[in-house]
Write a protein that binds this ligand. Sequence first.
Ligand SMILES: Cc1cc2nc3c(=O)[nH]c(=O)nc-3n(C[C@H](O)[C@H](O)[C@H](O)COP(=O)(O)O)c2cc1C
Length: 353
Amino acid sequence: MADINLLSPGRIDGFDTRNRIFMAPMTRSRALAGGVPSPLAVDYYAQRASAGLIITEGVAPAAGGLGYARTPAIDTPEQVAAWKKITDAVHANGGRIFAQFMHVGRIGHAANRYVDEPLVAPSAIRAAGQMWTDASGMQDNDMPRALEIHEIPGVIAQYAQATKNALTAGFDGVELHSASGYLPMQFLSTGTNKRTDAYGGSVTNRIRFVVETLEAMAAAAGTASKIGIKISPAMPFNDCQDDDPMDTYTHLVKAISPMGLAYLHVLRTVIPTTFEVLRPLFAGPFAAGGAFTKESGDAALASGAADYIVFGKLFTSNPDLPTRFAKTAPLVSPDPATFYTPGEKGYTDFPSL
Ligand SMILES: Cc1cc2nc3c(=O)[nH]c(=O)nc-3n(C[C@H](O)[C@H](O)[C@H](O)COP(=O)(O)O)c2cc1C
């Protein structure tokens, strides 16, 4: 193990990765009206194809999962066709790309949605906090309604259909976004899940939505090996709170370990031992993320703490990040002011070496 570093080739079930570097999922808010990814995204992702695996920005499995301004979905034929151009461009550059499925649950505002439906969540509890709308600036998150138990299979079916759509669009696989306080994490967490039915209460019940969604996605793909999952235990973002996060995630990871998933992607936040606790519980590839550098990434791979390292912000401003690591070249600092602004600036105009 000691000779594994960021530039070592790897293998996810079904395909080789040219290095151990994942590009993190990052919402960039450049989509066109109607949840269609922008033509600019073709260049953006193609420029970053030297990552071992690109994970796209959060993509709503269906329109009801959208909550932020200018974010994409993968539901309509127009959306699928636009994604196909992106996967073709990444593949033409020798890259691999997974779509990240992000259903916002209770995090969103009607001004950012093109369907006239309220937000849905495990429980009808409004999230503290505000979000950007192009029409009226910062606005409080909308009040969600609680999903009826008979509606939950329909939401899971949207993830399954989106999996089929993503494979039609040429993606190498898909990642379930079960982090950052969005719908799956709202089910996992005691603060957002006050249900008294089979999807709430005990940890077995709180992990049920995520487990059933992964099973449905794997069935839709015909294999679990094209399905990854991202988690962020104890992340307080989006007003998410859990009484005992490591108990929740220990149960979840044990439950999904036998499924044969493509990988487990863990964003480390406030619990320093997150990787050490969870990695031994998961049989498949382990991707670790959160403020890694070249040095800390190489060290984590060399020690066996992870199989892949996920880089986010550094990929926004260094499209050829693996090459820069290989050459020990200087890195360009990310520009947070253009993370979510429309247009090329800060998106496709950072040069490669
Ligand atoms: C601009 C921006 C947008 C992000 N959007 C998403 C997202 O859509 N889905 C997600 O899972 N994480 C998202 N994240 C979190 C990243 O995937 C990653 O976990 C985080 O940035 C930590 O990695 P880093 O320190 O290498 O940037 C976003 C981060 C940034 C900077």
